[in-house]
Design a protein around this ligand. Structure first.
Ligand SMILES: *Cc1c(COP(=O)(O)O)cnc(C)c1O
Length: 399
């Protein structure tokens, strides 16, 4: 028989290994400890920080989604990232892309750098720049996002994984933006894949969680050690919630992406109609920079759209005029939302990095949900019209 597609395999996989009642849904093992036969005999589980049956099923699902040999669940995306950085020793260097999640920059600069880890950044969407930074800094770990959050910059994963392998660096890819439904970096040569499961994997904006997936047995045993030693693993109830979210991951991402594609085309088309939008960034648009590379490694354009209006007041006005895009950080949830990364999700980016490669102040990041497509387009159509009217009124008053 042909190999099952991930969405089919996930639904038919063993959901409660060893459970005599054979439930159809993974039970929540809400327990801290497990009884032992005697002080010198322990079963598969003894303490939930070290291992818990609900989390174990989740970690298997997470690994399967990324075509990985091993998966690990953490209490947040940041806990996952922090654990990976623990693989470095004093004096090692982490080379990051210059467009990363704000919290990642903060961790690198305000925690890792103070513990003797060297940090450096270069634009990974410009191969020559990144390659010379790699030669200069000789990193032990390279950290990228593609598409990056929020600027949707594209990095060629096959090229970068080859480069990292030749220079002895581990390649970590934060795959949060697309989810494993649309891109699997381990298949393209990455060593570690990280997710903020708070976003698409959970999908319901009701938990924070993170994951790391690897193929290497050595990396897996180091990660397993760290997860237990530092106590950063995901709790049983959150593991259970995340398992529930994963059951509809493929459906959700497909509908969100379908909406995002239609809305991005509409917004791009309406640039000349209303004169409010200066640029629309979406990997599915023809003029998108990195289009070819993106589609050589991912199967879709994703659920995030970036728009620029040319000025912060105009972006704020547009945000006010939208009804179906509540202002909120995070993305990947069922409900559409909107964020101004410069002031919100990326406000924690330390000063030197903000100055080096600043996120435009007017940049709006749209997270597209599962609503009816036409409702989303209608909402934008009204908001753009109202914003354009107020622009005309203002210029009339000024004139
Ligand atoms: C949100 C996010 C994180 C951090 O994850 P948390 O679950 O909020 O800790 C890391 N990377 C990216 C790309 C993110 O969007």
């Amino acid at each position: 028989m042909k190999k099952l597609k991930p969405e089919t395999a996930a639904l038919h996989a063993e959901c409660a290994p060893g459970d005599p009642h054979r439930p159809s849904s993974t039970p929540l093992y809400q327990t801290a400890t497990f009884r032992q036969e005697s002080p010198d005999e322990s079963g598969e589980y003894d303490y939930s920080r070290s291992g818990n049956p609900t989390r174990a099923v989740l970690e298997t699902r997470l690994a399967e989604l990324e075509h990985a040999a091993h998966g690990f669940a953490f209490s947040s995306g940041m806990a996952a990232i922090s654990t990976v950085l623990r693989l470095l020793k004093q004096g090692d260097c982490v080379l990051g892309a210059s467009d990363l999640y704000g919290g990642t920059f903060r961790l690198f600069e305000k925690i890792c750098a103070h513990q003797g880890i060297r940090t450096a950044y270069a634009d990974a969407s410009r191969p020559e720049d990144f390659e010379s930074a790699l030669k200069k800094h000789r990193p032990r770990l390279v950290w990228i996002e593609t598409p990056s959050n929020p600027r949707l910059r594209i990095t060629d994963l096959r090229w970068l994984s080859g480069l990292c392998r030749r220079s002895g660096a581990l390649l970590a890819v934060d795959n949060t933006c697309l989810s494993p439904v649309l891109q699997n970096p381990l298949l393209l040569g990455a060593d570690l894949v990280i997710h903020s499961a708070t976003k698409h994997l959970g999908g319901h904006s009701d938990l924070t969680a993170g994951s790391v997936c690897v193929n290497s047995g050595d990396l897996a045993s180091e990660l397993r050690f760290l997860q237990n030693a530092e106590g950063s693993a995901l709790a049983p109830f959150d593991s259970w919630l995340l398992l529930r979210g994963l059951k509809t991951l493929h459906l959700r991402v497909r509908q969100q992406q379908k909406n995002a594609e239609k809305l991005a085309h509409y917004l791009n088309h309406s640039r000349t109609l209303f004169g409010v939008l200066k640029s629309v960034h979406y990997p599915g648009l023809d003029q998108f920079q990195g289009w070819e590379t993106h589609y050589s490694q991912a199967s879709g354009a994703g659920t995030l759209i970036g728009i620029e209006t040319g000025s912060l007041p105009l972006s704020l006005e547009l945000a006010r005029n939208l009804r179906l895009f509540p202002v909120s950080v995070s993305f990947g949830g069922l409900q559409s939302s909107l964020c101004l990364p410069n002031r919100m999700s990326h406000a924690s980016t330390p000063e030197p990095i903000r100055i080096q490669d600043p996120i435009p102040g007017d940049w709006l990041r749209l997270s597209i949900g599962i609503e009816d497509t036409d409702d989303l387009i209608d909402d934008f159509s009204h908001a753009l019209e109202r914003t354009a009217e107020s622009l005309i009124r203002k210029s009339a008053r000024a004139g």
